[in-house]
Design a protein around this ligand. Sequence first.
Ligand code: AFP
Length: 336
Amino acid sequence: MAHPERISLAQHLAAQADLPDGLIRVLESVAEACVDIAALTAQGALAGILGEAGHENVQGEAQKKLDVLANDLMLAAGERSGQLAAMASEELDWPCVPPEAQGDYLLLFDPLDGSSNIDVNVSIGTIFSVLPALRDADWSSNEAAARAFLQAGVRQLAAGYVIYGPATLLTLTTGKGVDVFTLDAEEGVFFRTREAVQIPPETGEFAINMSNQRHWEAPVRHYIDDLLAGKTGIRGKDFNLRWVASMVADVHRILTRGGVFLYPVDARNRDRGGRLRLMYEANPMAWLVEQAGGTASTGRGRLLEVVPETLHQRVPVMLGSRQEVETLVRLHAETV
Ligand code: AFP
């Protein structure tokens, strides 16, 4: 049976009290870009989007063709919105400052999260975050423009992701809970299909790349050992491991049926601060999780309070069901 209500994203945003028109326009433009990315993703090899682009991004990762296409679509849509002072992307060395841009907002995005899953037809996504553009920001150089983005996650005005899976879904917060929209691909419109998402406080599932186990710090090792001990351990309960290697998919599962997601700092990534990007991945996901009643931490502090020092900063990430993240925080506090 079809979903009973047909509230479009545009109608949903228009009904939000206090949401400025400019911010609505930014969010609509992100959704427009994601409709195009969804169409390309669904075409796969038929659209010639599989495989390597032939160069590396600022993170030193080999770019896929779809990374580049998705990035271009996001930049074009952001510029079209006419509301942005600048954009920053995981794929770009420096912020993109649209010509004559005077907008009130900064848009940050990972245009294609889970790139390693593109060619194997597993769920991928786009993650985005909107920050206020500071009135006195200086756009005269790359370095100055990058500084304008260095705001903690608590300052986000909107955050979300689109997951290109069996269905294309947009999950969004503007600070008043979390709602999920499903793309009607024929109409090219997202319709609201879940409201006021809540993460169950308890869970029986965890997500971590277990192949990194030997590199983890003691608190994470301890925590995962307890989960793996299952019924025979102190928890007296079995846990399931799930790891998609697309953060959008792992977080979406947690927003749907609970769980905990970890990408801790480890011996290989400690110099860089972790694996995941603070501003394009961790912050938007952390805010969604908090807005859905969960918790998001670095293990040693609230993720949303980390003040970035560089645009492409990385960070340890632990988020999801409250009880599990609280256990992780306690274990970190005990191992100073
Ligand atoms: P890519 O977009 O470079 O594939 O990275 C995806 C990601 O940032 C995040 O979405 C996953 O949770 C994590 O990296 C996967 O990491 P592993 O490669 O260690 O599985």
